[in-house]
Design a binder for this molecule. Structure first.
Ligand code: GLU
Length: 306
Protein backbone atom coordinates (compact mmCIF):
# COMPACT_ATOMS: atom_id res chain seq x y z
CA UNK A 1 0.00 0.00 0.00
CA UNK A 2 2.77 2.33 1.04
CA UNK A 3 4.67 1.52 -2.10
CA UNK A 4 1.72 2.32 -4.32
CA UNK A 5 1.26 5.67 -2.65
CA UNK A 6 4.81 6.76 -3.34
CA UNK A 7 4.48 5.60 -6.94
CA UNK A 8 1.40 7.78 -7.28
CA UNK A 9 3.33 10.76 -5.95
CA UNK A 10 6.11 10.07 -8.42
CA UNK A 11 3.57 10.06 -11.25
CA UNK A 12 2.10 13.36 -10.04
CA UNK A 13 5.55 14.95 -9.90
CA UNK A 14 6.41 13.66 -13.34
CA UNK A 15 3.14 15.02 -14.67
CA UNK A 16 3.82 18.39 -13.11
CA UNK A 17 7.29 18.68 -14.57
CA UNK A 18 5.95 17.73 -18.00
CA UNK A 19 3.38 20.49 -17.65
CA UNK A 20 6.06 22.99 -16.79
CA UNK A 21 7.77 22.15 -20.07
CA UNK A 22 4.63 23.02 -21.99
CA UNK A 23 2.83 19.70 -21.82
CA UNK A 24 4.18 16.72 -23.66
CA UNK A 25 2.06 14.21 -25.47
CA UNK A 26 0.64 11.56 -23.23
CA UNK A 27 2.31 12.88 -20.11
CA UNK A 28 0.76 16.18 -19.12
CA UNK A 29 -1.14 14.96 -16.11
CA UNK A 30 -3.16 12.62 -18.25
CA UNK A 31 -1.54 9.33 -17.35
CA UNK A 32 -4.15 6.81 -16.32
CA UNK A 33 -4.61 7.44 -12.62
CA UNK A 34 -6.56 4.58 -11.03
CA UNK A 35 -6.19 1.00 -12.12
CA UNK A 36 -4.32 1.15 -15.37
CA UNK A 37 -4.78 -1.12 -18.37
CA UNK A 38 -2.14 -3.84 -18.20
CA UNK A 39 -1.39 -3.25 -14.51
CA UNK A 40 -1.08 -6.28 -12.27
CA UNK A 41 -4.31 -5.35 -10.46
CA UNK A 42 -6.27 -4.82 -13.72
CA UNK A 43 -8.38 -7.54 -15.36
CA UNK A 44 -6.13 -9.46 -17.72
CA UNK A 45 -6.13 -8.77 -21.43
CA UNK A 46 -6.97 -11.57 -23.84
CA UNK A 47 -4.27 -13.29 -25.85
CA UNK A 48 -4.83 -12.92 -29.57
CA UNK A 49 -4.28 -15.93 -31.78
CA UNK A 50 -2.32 -14.86 -34.82
CA UNK A 51 -3.82 -16.29 -38.01
CA UNK A 52 -1.53 -17.97 -40.49
CA UNK A 53 -1.69 -18.09 -44.25
CA UNK A 54 -4.16 -15.21 -44.48
CA UNK A 55 -5.47 -14.67 -47.97
CA UNK A 56 -7.61 -11.59 -48.40
CA UNK A 57 -7.81 -9.84 -51.73
CA UNK A 58 -6.87 -6.51 -50.21
CA UNK A 59 -4.22 -4.25 -51.75
CA UNK A 60 -3.52 -2.75 -48.31
CA UNK A 61 -3.00 -6.14 -46.72
CA UNK A 62 -0.87 -7.44 -49.58
CA UNK A 63 1.45 -4.44 -49.26
CA UNK A 64 1.65 -4.97 -45.49
CA UNK A 65 2.44 -8.67 -45.96
CA UNK A 66 5.21 -7.75 -48.38
CA UNK A 67 6.80 -5.27 -45.98
CA UNK A 68 6.32 -7.68 -43.08
CA UNK A 69 4.57 -5.21 -40.83
CA UNK A 70 1.29 -3.43 -40.41
CA UNK A 71 1.14 0.32 -39.95
CA UNK A 72 -1.64 1.23 -37.55
CA UNK A 73 -2.76 4.76 -36.77
CA UNK A 74 -3.96 5.64 -33.30
CA UNK A 75 -4.12 8.34 -30.67
CA UNK A 76 -1.42 8.59 -28.02
CA UNK A 77 -2.88 10.91 -25.40
CA UNK A 78 -6.21 9.32 -24.54
CA UNK A 79 -5.93 7.33 -21.30
CA UNK A 80 -7.83 3.99 -21.37
CA UNK A 81 -8.40 4.36 -25.16
CA UNK A 82 -5.22 5.13 -27.06
CA UNK A 83 -2.35 6.05 -24.81
CA UNK A 84 1.41 5.97 -25.21
CA UNK A 85 3.50 5.91 -22.07
CA UNK A 86 6.28 8.39 -22.78
CA UNK A 87 8.81 6.52 -20.65
CA UNK A 88 8.26 2.99 -21.96
CA UNK A 89 6.73 3.88 -25.35
CA UNK A 90 4.17 1.18 -24.60
CA UNK A 91 0.68 1.76 -25.94
CA UNK A 92 -2.42 0.81 -23.99
CA UNK A 93 -6.16 1.18 -24.12
CA UNK A 94 -9.34 -0.07 -25.74
CA UNK A 95 -8.54 1.16 -29.27
CA UNK A 96 -5.00 -0.21 -29.06
CA UNK A 97 -6.29 -3.67 -28.10
CA UNK A 98 -8.98 -3.63 -30.79
CA UNK A 99 -6.24 -2.79 -33.29
CA UNK A 100 -4.06 -5.68 -32.01
CA UNK A 101 -6.99 -8.09 -32.11
CA UNK A 102 -7.66 -7.22 -35.76
CA UNK A 103 -3.96 -7.39 -36.62
CA UNK A 104 -3.82 -10.95 -35.25
CA UNK A 105 -6.72 -11.98 -37.46
CA UNK A 106 -4.89 -10.49 -40.41
CA UNK A 107 -1.78 -12.53 -39.54
CA UNK A 108 0.32 -9.95 -37.70
CA UNK A 109 1.77 -10.24 -34.22
CA UNK A 110 1.89 -7.29 -31.88
CA UNK A 111 5.58 -6.90 -32.69
CA UNK A 112 4.77 -6.56 -36.35
CA UNK A 113 2.68 -3.46 -35.75
CA UNK A 114 4.24 -0.07 -36.33
CA UNK A 115 2.15 2.50 -34.47
CA UNK A 116 1.68 5.94 -35.91
CA UNK A 117 0.13 8.69 -33.83
CA UNK A 118 -2.41 10.58 -35.91
CA UNK A 119 -4.51 13.33 -34.37
CA UNK A 120 -8.10 14.06 -35.29
CA UNK A 121 -7.50 16.74 -37.91
CA UNK A 122 -5.11 14.68 -40.05
CA UNK A 123 -6.87 11.31 -40.03
CA UNK A 124 -8.47 11.46 -43.46
CA UNK A 125 -5.19 12.54 -45.10
CA UNK A 126 -3.14 9.90 -43.26
CA UNK A 127 -5.56 7.17 -44.31
CA UNK A 128 -6.24 8.19 -47.89
CA UNK A 129 -2.57 8.82 -48.65
CA UNK A 130 -1.63 5.35 -47.34
CA UNK A 131 0.45 6.51 -44.36
CA UNK A 132 -1.47 4.01 -42.24
CA UNK A 133 -3.02 0.66 -43.16
CA UNK A 134 -5.89 1.21 -40.79
CA UNK A 135 -6.76 3.62 -38.01
CA UNK A 136 -8.30 2.94 -34.61
CA UNK A 137 -8.71 6.12 -32.60
CA UNK A 138 -12.15 7.23 -31.34
CA UNK A 139 -13.05 7.80 -34.98
CA UNK A 140 -16.71 8.59 -35.58
CA UNK A 141 -18.27 7.11 -38.70
CA UNK A 142 -20.17 9.72 -40.67
CA UNK A 143 -21.19 10.39 -44.27
CA UNK A 144 -18.83 13.29 -44.77
CA UNK A 145 -15.82 11.22 -43.75
CA UNK A 146 -17.07 8.29 -45.83
CA UNK A 147 -16.39 10.39 -48.90
CA UNK A 148 -12.68 10.14 -48.10
CA UNK A 149 -12.18 6.93 -46.10
CA UNK A 150 -13.76 3.53 -45.59
CA UNK A 151 -15.11 2.43 -42.21
CA UNK A 152 -15.43 -1.01 -40.66
CA UNK A 153 -17.63 -1.22 -37.60
CA UNK A 154 -19.06 0.41 -35.59
CA UNK A 155 -17.41 -1.28 -32.61
CA UNK A 156 -18.47 1.19 -29.90
CA UNK A 157 -20.96 3.99 -29.45
CA UNK A 158 -19.93 7.14 -27.59
CA UNK A 159 -21.60 10.54 -27.31
CA UNK A 160 -20.38 14.07 -26.66
CA UNK A 161 -20.34 15.28 -23.05
CA UNK A 162 -18.49 17.94 -21.05
CA UNK A 163 -15.45 17.83 -18.80
CA UNK A 164 -15.26 20.52 -16.13
CA UNK A 165 -13.31 21.22 -12.96
CA UNK A 166 -14.57 19.40 -9.90
CA UNK A 167 -15.80 22.62 -8.22
CA UNK A 168 -17.77 23.79 -11.27
CA UNK A 169 -21.47 24.30 -10.52
CA UNK A 170 -22.72 26.53 -13.37
CA UNK A 171 -21.96 24.12 -16.22
CA UNK A 172 -24.20 21.09 -16.03
CA UNK A 173 -24.89 20.35 -19.69
CA UNK A 174 -24.70 21.79 -23.21
CA UNK A 175 -27.52 24.27 -22.53
CA UNK A 176 -25.46 25.99 -19.80
CA UNK A 177 -22.55 27.04 -22.01
CA UNK A 178 -23.64 30.57 -22.98
CA UNK A 179 -20.55 32.82 -22.88
CA UNK A 180 -18.34 29.98 -21.60
CA UNK A 181 -15.00 29.12 -23.15
CA UNK A 182 -15.13 25.53 -24.36
CA UNK A 183 -12.06 23.71 -25.64
CA UNK A 184 -12.24 21.03 -28.29
CA UNK A 185 -10.18 19.52 -31.03
CA UNK A 186 -9.68 20.56 -34.61
CA UNK A 187 -11.22 18.08 -37.01
CA UNK A 188 -13.48 16.48 -34.39
CA UNK A 189 -17.25 16.12 -34.56
CA UNK A 190 -17.94 17.49 -31.02
CA UNK A 191 -16.16 20.72 -31.97
CA UNK A 192 -18.47 21.11 -34.97
CA UNK A 193 -21.45 20.51 -32.70
CA UNK A 194 -20.43 22.99 -30.02
CA UNK A 195 -19.86 25.72 -32.62
CA UNK A 196 -23.58 25.69 -33.31
CA UNK A 197 -24.77 29.18 -32.31
CA UNK A 198 -27.60 27.67 -30.29
CA UNK A 199 -25.14 26.89 -27.48
CA UNK A 200 -23.69 30.45 -27.40
CA UNK A 201 -20.27 29.12 -26.39
CA UNK A 202 -16.86 30.56 -27.24
CA UNK A 203 -14.48 27.93 -28.51
CA UNK A 204 -10.79 27.25 -28.08
CA UNK A 205 -9.63 24.92 -30.83
CA UNK A 206 -6.48 22.88 -30.27
CA UNK A 207 -4.80 19.89 -31.91
CA UNK A 208 -4.58 17.54 -28.94
CA UNK A 209 -7.05 16.57 -26.26
CA UNK A 210 -4.34 16.55 -23.61
CA UNK A 211 -3.71 20.25 -24.35
CA UNK A 212 -7.41 21.06 -23.81
CA UNK A 213 -7.32 19.18 -20.50
CA UNK A 214 -4.25 21.13 -19.47
CA UNK A 215 -6.03 24.42 -20.24
CA UNK A 216 -8.97 23.27 -18.17
CA UNK A 217 -6.74 22.44 -15.21
CA UNK A 218 -5.04 25.85 -15.45
CA UNK A 219 -8.40 27.63 -15.80
CA UNK A 220 -7.77 29.02 -19.27
CA UNK A 221 -10.98 27.36 -20.47
CA UNK A 222 -14.22 26.51 -18.63
CA UNK A 223 -14.93 23.12 -20.16
CA UNK A 224 -13.68 20.54 -22.64
CA UNK A 225 -16.09 18.83 -24.96
CA UNK A 226 -15.68 15.56 -26.78
CA UNK A 227 -16.86 11.95 -26.49
CA UNK A 228 -17.85 10.80 -22.99
CA UNK A 229 -15.53 7.79 -23.36
CA UNK A 230 -12.52 10.09 -23.76
CA UNK A 231 -13.58 12.52 -21.04
CA UNK A 232 -14.16 9.77 -18.49
CA UNK A 233 -10.59 8.66 -19.10
CA UNK A 234 -9.27 12.14 -18.34
CA UNK A 235 -11.48 12.44 -15.27
CA UNK A 236 -10.15 9.11 -13.98
CA UNK A 237 -6.58 10.11 -14.81
CA UNK A 238 -6.90 13.40 -12.92
CA UNK A 239 -8.81 11.99 -10.01
CA UNK A 240 -10.36 14.56 -7.73
CA UNK A 241 -9.78 17.49 -10.07
CA UNK A 242 -12.17 16.97 -12.97
CA UNK A 243 -15.64 15.58 -13.58
CA UNK A 244 -17.82 14.70 -16.56
CA UNK A 245 -21.23 16.38 -16.79
CA UNK A 246 -24.17 16.37 -19.19
CA UNK A 247 -25.97 13.53 -20.85
CA UNK A 248 -24.35 12.56 -24.16
CA UNK A 249 -25.70 15.11 -26.63
CA UNK A 250 -24.43 13.59 -29.89
CA UNK A 251 -24.03 10.07 -31.26
CA UNK A 252 -20.48 8.98 -32.02
CA UNK A 253 -20.27 5.45 -33.44
CA UNK A 254 -16.61 4.45 -33.64
CA UNK A 255 -15.26 2.84 -36.80
CA UNK A 256 -11.94 1.52 -38.05
CA UNK A 257 -10.78 3.86 -40.80
CA UNK A 258 -9.07 2.53 -43.90
CA UNK A 259 -8.68 3.08 -47.63
CA UNK A 260 -12.06 3.90 -49.08
CA UNK A 261 -11.80 1.46 -51.97
CA UNK A 262 -10.37 -1.50 -50.07
CA UNK A 263 -13.64 -3.35 -49.55
CA UNK A 264 -11.91 -6.67 -48.92
CA UNK A 265 -10.03 -5.23 -45.95
CA UNK A 266 -13.19 -3.60 -44.67
CA UNK A 267 -15.00 -6.93 -44.74
CA UNK A 268 -12.08 -8.76 -43.10
CA UNK A 269 -12.08 -6.23 -40.27
CA UNK A 270 -15.86 -6.41 -39.91
CA UNK A 271 -15.58 -10.19 -39.63
CA UNK A 272 -12.88 -9.89 -37.00
CA UNK A 273 -15.06 -7.56 -34.94
CA UNK A 274 -18.12 -9.78 -35.24
CA UNK A 275 -16.21 -12.93 -34.37
CA UNK A 276 -14.68 -11.46 -31.24
CA UNK A 277 -17.84 -9.83 -29.97
CA UNK A 278 -19.37 -13.32 -30.17
CA UNK A 279 -16.48 -15.20 -28.57
CA UNK A 280 -16.16 -12.80 -25.64
CA UNK A 281 -12.77 -11.31 -26.56
CA UNK A 282 -14.31 -7.89 -27.11
CA UNK A 283 -15.85 -7.77 -23.64
CA UNK A 284 -12.60 -8.97 -22.11
CA UNK A 285 -10.77 -6.12 -23.84
CA UNK A 286 -13.39 -3.64 -22.70
CA UNK A 287 -13.25 -4.74 -19.06
CA UNK A 288 -9.45 -4.53 -19.04
CA UNK A 289 -9.28 -1.06 -20.62
CA UNK A 290 -12.14 1.40 -21.06
CA UNK A 291 -14.20 -0.28 -18.35
CA UNK A 292 -11.57 0.80 -15.80
CA UNK A 293 -12.40 4.49 -16.35
CA UNK A 294 -15.97 4.00 -15.20
CA UNK A 295 -18.00 3.44 -18.36
CA UNK A 296 -20.07 0.32 -17.76
CA UNK A 297 -20.02 -2.32 -20.47
CA UNK A 298 -22.73 -2.25 -23.08
CA UNK A 299 -22.91 -4.55 -26.06
CA UNK A 300 -21.53 -2.85 -29.18
CA UNK A 301 -23.80 -1.75 -32.02
CA UNK A 302 -24.32 -4.11 -34.95
CA UNK A 303 -21.84 -3.88 -37.81
CA UNK A 304 -23.11 -1.52 -40.50
CA UNK A 305 -21.99 -2.93 -43.85
CA UNK A 306 -22.25 -0.65 -46.84
N1 GLU B 1 -15.35 10.77 -32.06
C1 GLU B 1 -15.12 12.14 -32.39
C2 GLU B 1 -14.52 12.30 -33.77
O1 GLU B 1 -14.23 11.34 -34.40
C3 GLU B 1 -14.29 12.86 -31.37
C4 GLU B 1 -13.07 12.14 -30.92
C5 GLU B 1 -11.85 12.40 -31.79
O2 GLU B 1 -11.58 13.55 -32.14
O3 GLU B 1 -11.18 11.43 -32.07
O4 GLU B 1 -14.37 13.41 -34.24
Amino acid sequence: MKLRKSAAVAVAVLALSATACGGKEGSAGDKPGGVQPGASNAPSLPKYIVATDVKVDSPTLKAAQKRGKLIVGSKADQPYLGFEDQATKKRSGFDIEIAKMIAADLGFTENQIEWKTVDSSTRETAISSGQVDYYVGTYTINDKRKQQVGFAGPYYKAGAALLVRKDETAITGPDTLKGKNVCSIKGSTPLQEIKNPKYGAKTTELAKYSDCVQQLLTKQVDAVTTDDSILKGYAAANSGKLKVVGEPFTEEPYGIGMNKDDKALREAVNKSLETHVKDGTYKKIYDATLGLSGSPYTAPPAIARY
